[in-house]
Design a protein around this ligand. Structure first.
Ligand code: ADP
Ligand code: MG
Length: 342
């Protein structure tokens, strides 16, 4: 049974007499305990999708199920999910402890039980010893962890996080990515994570849904999405990729060969027929740069190096190929024996 399921979900907003189609038909089933990310550019419908799961917005069309129950029409406080936003929305005049305890106290949970659960939660988010501080006395990362503790303390079955690390600087964001993943494993509940940051999604997720213009373009594990992007949009949005095109010269055995010029070959694992025009994407780290043509019948393209940038772990070459396409190549820098400190 899926923790969260959307079937044919659409959302159209009326804004100044215009209809804005924010979500154009989303079907997805998210598993119990999964770390699931919605990844896509700004405006593609991520927040709207989350708000429909949480109940802050109702779909124009389609159904939303939480743990098998149809929740369309059910108000947010009656759904077994919580949401964490980029703006932590902590109560500034309350201490860390009071912020985390707030919801439980309001529900009339017994004092001892509140103390026990808040203590346990502050332990999990690593804020033990900071109970008496107020939000302004905490760093951005600590504030975000208070928000997280507050959202988790009433034990929702799923947590929705909408770009929760967006306000943090890069270093802190990376540290928090690891933290969030650890916390999710520890509490063992379903996380639905919204981000426009591909690295973040690749690092943290069990599965990723790549969204574009109100639809899911591809759904898969980080590895599937990176290594087998289903569309040019996904290939372009995730990582760097080169788009090459050409006419199939020879084909057979599940391979098509493009021969742009003498001694040049691109072998593509696909079923295209001779004469067909095809397009392929190639990751920069899958290409090598050499001064001599390689032996054998592997892929080879002639070109002129137009730029070389040393990037530490990689060197980035820009190559103008004979076909006119500009190709980006990352060559891994292997340390030589001289580099080893003695
Ligand atoms: P994302 O979170 O991926 O950036 P959103 O879900 O916030 O995208 O928005 C998707 C589209 O819907 C955008 O074009 C946005 O302007 C529009 N939109 C979102 N909320 C509203 C609203 N309440 N009224 C009108 N248009 C909206
Ligand atoms: Mg958003």
């Amino acid at each position: 049974l899926a923790a969260i399921e959307l079937r044919g979900v659409k959302k159209t907003f009326q804004a100044h007499g215009d209809a804005v189609a924010a979500v154009r038909g989303v079907d997805v089933a998210i598993g119990e305990g999964e770390f699931f990310s919605l990844l896509g550019p700004s405006g593609c419908g991520k927040t709207t999708t989350m708000r429909m799961i949480a109940g802050f917005d109702e779909p124009t069309e389609g159904e939303v199920f939480l743990h098998g129950q149809d929740v369309v029409g059910v108000p947010p406080n009656k759904r077994d999910v919580n949401m964490v936003f980029q703006s932590y929305a902590l109560f500034p005049h309350m201490t860390v402890l009071e912020n985390v305890a707030f919801g439980l106290r309001r529900k009339g949970v017994a004092k001892a039980e509140v103390a026990r659960r808040v203590g346990e939660m502050l332990e999990i988010v690593d804020l033990k010893g900071r109970e008496r501080r107020r939000p302004r006395e905490l760093s951005g990362g600590q504030q975000q962890r208070v928000a997280l503790a507050r959202a988790l303390v009433n034990r929702p079955r799923a947590l929705l996080l909408d770009e929760p690390l967006g306000a943090l600087d890069l270093k802190l964001r990376q540290a928090m990515q690891v933290e969030l993943k650890r916390i999710q494993r520890e509490v063992g509940i379903t996380f639905v994570y919204v981000t426009h940051d591909q690295n973040e999604a690749l690092t943290m997720s069990d599965r990723i849904a790549v969204m574009n213009d109100g639809r899911i373009e591809q759904l898969g594990t980080p590895r599937e999405i990176y290594e087998r992007p289903a569309t040019a949009f996904v290939a372009g949005f995730i990582g760097t990729s080169n788009v090459l095109s050409g006419t199939v010269a020879r084909a057979g055995g599940g391979r098509a060969v493009i021969e742009p010029g003498p001694g040049e070959r691109i072998v593509v694992p696909c079923d295209a027929a001779p004469g067909e025009e095809i397009e392929l994407t190639v990751r920069p780290e899958k290409i090598d740069v050499r001064s001599d043509p390689p032996a054998g019948d592997g892929c080879a393209l002639r070109g002129t190096v137009t730029e070389v940038v040393y990037l530490g772990m990689f060197t980035n070459y820009n190559v103008a190929t004979s076909t006119g396409a500009e190709v980006v190549v990352f060559v891994q820098n292997v340390s030589s024996a001289d580099d080893v400190a003695t």
